[in-house]
Design a protein around this ligand. Structure first.
Ligand code: ADP
Length: 167
């Protein structure tokens, strides 16, 4: 019994699962870059589309999920799912002890620090792992992509090559 308990509380033998949550409205080359670079660090990365019913999105969740699946189809240890509710609860349910987030600039840092501390307070075993974006994608924001799209601009250079956004 003692050995059993010991084995299952030994972090070194547990699968390293990270969750990369976001609204992905739409997925960008910045998101793609973070996930592709983080995938070798973990046994599995779950790209988790947060469904927030009170937040207005440009694209329906089914479409955003489909684009995420197309973007990461070539990365074997990446799984794409959607979820509702608290990110920490989703992490617990999936036995994911790492929360992956991308950092573009100081603004992201301040925001991510607050979220990381709040999440740690909610679940002490959760570690937030921050990955700096490749400088090529440091100015890529889903918000700006949506503005360009509303004004009928071409966003193809900002989104993954595998996805086709409406013109
Ligand atoms: P949220 O609605 O939670 O901000 P997003 O879909 O905008 O979700 O972003 C999800 C994650 O991806 C966040 O950690 C965000 O900082 C990161 N991210 C967004 N754009 C980029 C980018 N261009 N480079 C690196 N990370 C990014």
């Amino acid at each position: 019994m003692g050995t059993f308990t010991f084995l299952f509380s030994d972090l070194s033998i547990m699968k390293k699962i990270a969750v990369f949550p976001g609204s992905f409205d739409p997925v960008t080359r910045g998101h793609q870059n973070i996930v592709e670079r983080a995938a070798p660090l973990f046994d599995e990365v779950i790209v988790a589309l947060g469904i927030n019913t009170s937040k207005q999105s440009m694209f329906p969740s089914e479409q955003r999920l489909e684009w995420l699946k197309q973007t990461f189809a070539h990365v074997p240890n990446v799984r794409v799912v959607s979820f509702e509710g608290l990110t920490v609860d989703f992490c617990k349910k999936n036995e994911a002890r790492y929360l992956l987030r991308g950092l573009r600039n100081g603004g992201d840092f301040e925001y991510e620090r607050t979220i990381a501390h709040m999440n740690k307070a909610l679940w002490n075993e959760l570690e937030t792992v921050l990955v700096f974006t490749d400088p090529d994608y440091a100015s890529v924001h889903s918000t700006v992509i949506r503005e360009i799209l509303k004004n009928k601009g071409d966003v193809s250079q900002f989104v993954p090559t595998s996805i086709q956004l409406p013109k």
